[in-house]
Design a protein. Structure first.
Length: 454
């Protein structure tokens, strides 16, 4: 089949892609039994297994992972001497959060202004449909071996698939690993995500008094725990620019990949008019090359119902995103030390470790990236861009450690307007069409690179 013939076939499959995505979005596959019945995730897993069996994969089955979720696993043997490619996606989704904030029902695919709305349309059920469309377009003409896995608890971060990979490494061994849970810098710009931020979260607690005391009788000399905590947290940012400042961490990194236009970022992030962005350097520097601190939550008396009392205790959950090259244990130690040393008035400080995850950087100089670059250029008519991502995908580090010779590629249908994890998540169907075309061309081009299967 010619390149133009492949494009026409994919275009002709987009009606089916929409129908598939509508069926998947209708399944509320939130992998948290406290919020949604586990049967919904099982139903989504079976849907994926049936669809990829029909698309030509062999022995597609559900495998229980150590966290109780089910991974959908399948394969297709390679032609003699051909390389093997792993296709990854996940079928679980974020909860819809505030249903009232959705313009249309979160679990019903709705078309509006040329986009398809619904929870999971982009993250990551849109990527599932992208895989299906690419495989259907190629039909029996798939020139590489395939391994397939759809994770069932990625959004919960409970590590089921990571543990399963470590226990069954032979099931995922491949020459190139397509981790399709990211996307493009913008609609129409083919992009590979080459770095992921890591994570170092802590909970800091400040204690000053044995209990609440009347602010009229004791306020002034009595140390206010909330005021102490606020003062400590304020030291994590430069007072003029708002840039993250954690003693012992390099906060001046420079990003060398695709940029992020400041006005576009303001629009994508919903920054209010007149409010300045925090930090220095380019937006891309601040997003992907430097540590970034966020105060995720504070425990203290609420405004409504608060008493005229001096707070004896207060605590905050502090998140530190870290770029590649920064060790998460060292970053968390630096954050703990910084907060402890910033404590005023001799207050008692406790810091508890919470989430941690290593950052990731892909090697981009191998034959798989060269093949992907040719496919992106063919489909989008411009060179492939390189992007960082703020979120962490712990599986990537597990794959890199387990398969050190494999090339890991992060790509997909997501882009800033998708609003993943937020109300009114959506996907541009053109990105599903174009990225399915990219994937199909990549599989052809990679087979022609001369890489010999393991």
């Amino acid at each position: 089949m010619t390149v133009s013939g492949l494009a026409e076939k994919i275009t002709g499959l987009m009606g089916r892609a929409r129908a598939d995505l509508a069926e998947l979005v209708a399944i509320p596959s939130v992998a948290d039994p406290r919020q949604y019945p586990p049967e919904e995730c099982r139903r989504a897993a079976q849907w994926v297994a049936d669809a990829f069996t029909e698309a030509g994969l062999h022995d597609v089955h559900l495998a229980e992972t150590p966290d109780g979720s089910h991974a959908v696993i399948g394969h297709r043997p390679p032609p003699p001497g051909a390389p093997t490619v792993l296709l990854y996606c996940h079928y679980d989704v974020q909860p819809p959060l505030d249903d009232d904030a959705w313009t249309t029902p979160p679990f019903a695919l709705t078309e509006r202004d040329g986009r398809w709305y619904g929870r999971g349309t982009a993250d990551c059920k849109g990527n599932i449909v992208m895989h299906l469309t690419a495989l259907r377009a190629l039909g029996d003409d798939i020139p590489v071996g395939l391994k397939f896995v759809a994770e069932g608890s990625e959004e919960q971060g409970t590590g089921g698939l990571e543990s399963y990979v470590a226990e069954h490494p032979e099931q995922f061994l491949a020459d190139a690993l397509l981790v399709c849970d990211t996307g493009n810098a913008e609609v129409g710009t083919g992009t590979a995500t080459v770095t992921l931020r890591g994570l170092a979260d802590v909970v800091v607690t400040v204690d000053t008094l044995a209990g609440e005391i009347h602010s009229g009788m004791f306020g002034g000399p009595a140390p206010d725990a909330l005021a102490a905590l606020i003062q400590m947290l304020s030291t994590l940012r430069d007072p003029d620019t708002g840039a993250t400042r954690v003693d012992g961490l390099d906060c001046e990194g420079v990003w060398e990949g695709a940029g992020y236009d400041e006005e576009q970022f303001r629009a994508d992030a919903g920054v209010l008019e007149g409010v300045r962005l925090t930090g220095t350097g380019t937006v891309a520097d601040r997003l992907w090359a430097r540590p970034a601190v966020t105060v995720l939550g504070i425990d203290c008396p609420p405004v409504v119902g608060s008493a005229a009392a001096v707070p004896p205790t207060a605590r905050a959950r502090v998140s530190l995103r870290i770029p590649p090259g920064t060790d998460p244990a060292a970053a968390r130690a630096a954050l703990t030390r910084h907060l402890t040393e910033a404590a005023p008035w001799g207050v008692r400080v406790g810091v508890e470790d919470e989430s941690a995850g290593a950052p990731f950087r892909a090697a981009t100089d191998g034959p798989a990236y060269a093949a992907l670059g040719r496919a992106m250029d063919e489909v989008y008519g411009r060179p492939m861009a390189f992007l960082g991502q703020g979120g962490s995908i712990p599986l990537c580090n597990v794959l890199a450690e387990t398969y050190p010779r494999a090339e890991i590629i992060l790509m997909g249908v997501e882009e800033p307007k998708c609003l993943i994890h937020a109300p009114n998540e959506s996907v541009d169907p053109a990105e599903i069409e174009h990225m399915a075309h990219v994937e199909a061309l990549f599989l052809r081009a990679y087979a022609a690179t001369g890489v010999r299967g393991r």
